[in-house]
Design a protein around this ligand. Structure first.
Ligand code: NAD
Length: 375
């Protein structure tokens, strides 16, 4: 079965890191008959330059009919003065909205070799492996009414509305429970049920779904402010955290910083399961287009490559391949090979291209050693 991936390199360092992801996919096509078809396309600033819009209808349609979308990054100073509605970032927001990608998965994993890159003490973050599931298409960023109005007394009043429905809560909580079953089987649901009605509803609905369908998963509830504190105090207590759009925005960035490096963190955004059994999905590193280092050949391609591993796992059910790729990344770091952003004393500094090459070599070595063990 051939799977079609729309590849969106975007802007800045995007094409550089995407090129390494493509080599990795090629390797799996060659060594595992993965049958992954790569279809490059435009998004962001490069799409504005070529098509006048950050996301064309044609590209959107291709993404809709693809098995998965892999994106690097969009944006850059060249388009900073363009009208907000047609900025590069608007293309990405439109893609997420049109594909109805309601669950954002942000793993925060600390590789042993990079434990010193965290701003927390090594004994607190060693072995850390958390998955934050953030609701992405509702809540206070989308709720109505919203706006700024002028009051009769001359003051101004700003309003945003936090809104969640049963369906919106259930579908994202379901993603979290399913993920937990494949991990350590624990979900922590975060809101502010103590002061917000929408938080009370969130807690009740997550509990109801748990009772009805996921009793085997260990569920706990935590106020979001306490969760922010616990992430710094004892992050290893968490397995899967599920939370709303606003709290998820903040908590996932906090968790990302526990790992110490932007260039290492992948993400996935998932939609509902369609009639044909497939799920809309977008995979991307959490970093931006890094205009300060773009074109210098020094970008870290590992967040992009780890996004490929997430795609293997969550879109294609290629579990062994995902594990192999993550192991290759771990081993390469373990050998002291580093790009500039994660460089430390005694390690060897690699270019983007050389890091991609090191991953391919490691994949081949791992495959060889597995075959040798079987023989
Ligand atoms: P950024 O993530 O691009 O860069 C922040 C810092 O991290 C920079 O110093 C950069 O050099 C470094 N960095 C990022 N990725 C790296 C990598 N793979 N390897 C090594 N170093 C890396 O964030 P920013 O500077 O705030 O934004 C730059 C542009 O990217 C802006 O136009 C912004 O709108 C856009 N952006 C896009 C996305 C996206 O496409 N999802 C996300 C964030 C920002």
């Amino acid at each position: 079965m051939t799977r079609r991936i729309v590849m969106l390199p975007g802007d800045g360092l995007g094409p550089e890191v995407m090129a390494e992801a493509m080599k990795v996919i090629d390797w799996f096509n060659g060594h595992f008959s993965a049958n992954l078809e790569m279809a490059p396309d435009d998004i962001g600033g490069c799409s504005i330059d070529r098509h006048g819009v950050p996301l064309s209808e044609t590209t959107l349609q291709r993404c809709r009919s693809a098995d998965a979308v892999l994106l690097a990054a969009v944006g850059g100073p060249k388009w900073d003065k363009v009208d907000y509605a047609v900025r590069p970032e608007a293309g990405l927001l439109k893609l997420r909205k049109e594909l109805d990608l309601f669950a954002n998965l942000r793993p925060a994993k600390v590789f042993d070799a990079l434990v010193d890159a965290s701003s927390l003490k090594p004994h607190i973050v060693r072995g850390l492996d958390i998955m934050i599931v953030r609701e992405l298409t509702s809540g206070v960023y989308f709720g109505e009414p919203r706006g700024i109005e002028k009051l009769a007394n001359g003051e101004r009043r700003g309003v945003n509305t936090q809104v969640y429905t049963t369906r919106e809560i259930h579908r994202v909580a379901r993603v979290a429970f399913e993920l937990a079953r494949k991990r350590k089987n624990r979900v922590t649901s975060c809101e502010k049920a103590n002061v917000m009605e929408s938080g009370k509803l969130w807690r009740e609905e997550v509990s109801a779904l748990h009772q009805a369908e996921y009793k085997d998963v260990e569920l706990s509830h935590m106020y979001a402010d306490n969760c922010a504190m616990q992430l710094l105090r004892n992050p290893s207590q968490f397995d899967v955290i599920v939370t709303d759009n606003l709290f998820g925005d903040i908590l996932s960035d906090e968790a990302a910083m526990l790992t110490g490096s932007l260039g290492m963190l992948p993400s996935a955004s998932l939609g509902g399961i369609k009639a044909d059994g497939r799920r809309a999905a977008l995979y991307e590193p959490i970093h931006g287009s890094a205009p300060d280092i773009a074109g210098k050949g020094i970008a870290n391609p590992l967040a992009m490559i780890l996004s490929v591993a997430m795609m293997f796992r969550y879109s294609f059910d290629m579990m062994k391949e995902a594990e192999l790729l993550e192991k290759a990344v771990e081993n390469v770091l373990g050998k002291g090979l580093r790009t500039a952003d994660i460089m430390s004393d005694g390690c060897q500094k690699l270019s983007t291209l050389d890091m991609g090459h090191a991953i391919i070599l490691e994949l081949s070595a791992l495959k060889q050693s597995k075959m040798a063990v079987r023989a």
